[in-house]
Design a protein around this ligand. Sequence first.
Ligand code: SF4
Length: 210
Amino acid sequence: MKTQAEARRVFRALAAQYPNADTELHYRDPFELLVATILSAQTTDARVNEVTPGLFQRYPDAASLAAADEEELQAAIKPTGFFRQKARALIGMSRGLVLQHGGLVPASLEALVTLPGVGRKTANVVLAHALGVPALPVDRHVLRVSNRIGLANGDDPNLVEQQLCALLPKKQWTRASDTLILHGRRVCKPRPLCDRCCVRRDCDYYQRRP
Ligand code: SF4
């Protein structure tokens, strides 16, 4: 496992490589990001961004989505896949917001994860990007890349989140997640492009390769 100093060097290199790292989901407020993040499961951000403009026109807030006709909602989100589960989650989540939070998205991890369809990663995405709360979302890219480099050790997202958070000051958490995600999408893919990688000298996987 990397020391804090080594981790800082890795994240400095990644930040230079991806200076504008941010979520690629389009949103205008916390509610829209919460919906978009739920829709992003098992699909690409680009596909979600194709669907959400029309969706938010039809359902601009938690109250309208809570009252949605389920079949109509399924049709609207079908291109994102798993549309029956996602429609159920969106309606349940919106009802939770209306009944428990006055229709607003709470700025608390504990409150967010009690909403239907909202796991820790989704909650952290919304906290970090739309609510200004330091958080480090761990998705499959963060898991893979952080384990390969040696920034984390394990396949439990909660544990990896703790390990990464311990290496960095709070104000760098969100940026760290965003850069690891971009690096995982573009370079450290399931089959990694190590020859193009800016952190290979600090990467355990690269150093141990045969
Ligand atoms: S050197 Fe290879 S395995 Fe290591 S982070 Fe870069 S792309 Fe991933």
